[in-house]
Design a protein around this ligand. Sequence first.
Ligand SMILES: Cc1ncc(COP(=O)(O)O)c(C=O)c1O
Length: 393
Amino acid sequence: MKTDFTRLLAPRTESMASSAIREILKVAKRPGMTSLAGGIPAPETFPMDILEHLFSEVLDRWGPSAFQYDLTEGFVPLREAAVSYLRRYSVEASTEEIMVSSGSQGLLDAIGKILIGPGDAVAVESPTYLGALQAFNPYGPRYVEIETDEKGAIPESLEEVLKKDKPKFVYLVPTFQNPTGRTLTLERRKAIAEIIVRHGALLVEDDPYAALRYRGDTVPSIKSMAPDHVLYGTTFSKVFAPGLRVGLAVPPPGELGTWLVKAKQGTDLHTSTLSQAMAAVYLEGGYLEERLPLICAHYAPRLESMLEAMKEFFPSDWSWSRPEGGMFLWAECPEGTNIINMYEKALSRNVAFVPGRYFYADPAGGSRTMRLNFTNADPDVLRQAIRTLGELI
Ligand SMILES: Cc1ncc(COP(=O)(O)O)c(C=O)c1O
């Protein structure tokens, strides 16, 4: 007979309970389903045609070192190449100030590990990135929510939260946010930077999507406005390949970075040396700069197609975000529409999306919202899926 070892689980483990969203993503993978539910890059954007070349370059340059244990802080050639790459995100950092994480997700876990004690307040946008909640949950935070609108987090709400709850840190995804696709405006970035500095607060700026801009002007990172108060993170997941699990972090000056490194040491010693070496040659060889416009050109028509279809097929009493990049769009229905009901019906017509309530720290939030991903289907397929949703509404 099998022994049930789940009785041994620590109390904190309960907060890791596999979320309903995993079930949704499983369903979304059924054959014949058009999934607007996932959040993964299109595999066509992976640079498959140059991987062998990148790999042989790695072997030529570093040989067995690319397969050896390495520094927890990260593979030095990657961190060196990242100095100029991060300027794309208006982040100024020296090689020593940059650390490598196992994806942005690895960074979020390390942040939770070193900063959150049971009951500590952590400020997040409402809604926020579900994966951040999953990373922080085991450390027992008490979430306090920052209100948002179509321009992103509302500075007055942030200020109120800082005064009232004194959170350990503030977590924001200011550019093409997951799940809403919204981008914090320049004015608000400045206001938020000023507030954070005035309160002596720490801001975690999670920035995986800024390079995926299809139109409009680049907005500088909050890190560039308050470098001493922002822990900045970005990733190669959307601009190279997520399977490599390589992210970059720039902590504020001081000891915080050292603690992140200690936390990471206990988790995985370091991010895969081979993955980091691949990312290093991808950056150094100018491949990323060459590929990025192609990736954006691949996604831009998908976003346009979804936006056009929504205008055509969604009723006028619905509202939705109009992102200029990223991977997601956020829709909100009028009072009286039952999104869960609609989700079930959409599945029966082979269209999947994620009901928005999963992205709220407060489980009562977001009952009238949905997240729609546009990166993983052709424009005409997206149009058809939106048409189906429109019919259901
Ligand atoms: C806001 C945000 N942060 C972090 C991540 C994790 O990305 P990575 O693949 O770098 O771990 C994602 C992935 O979708 C994301 O949307």
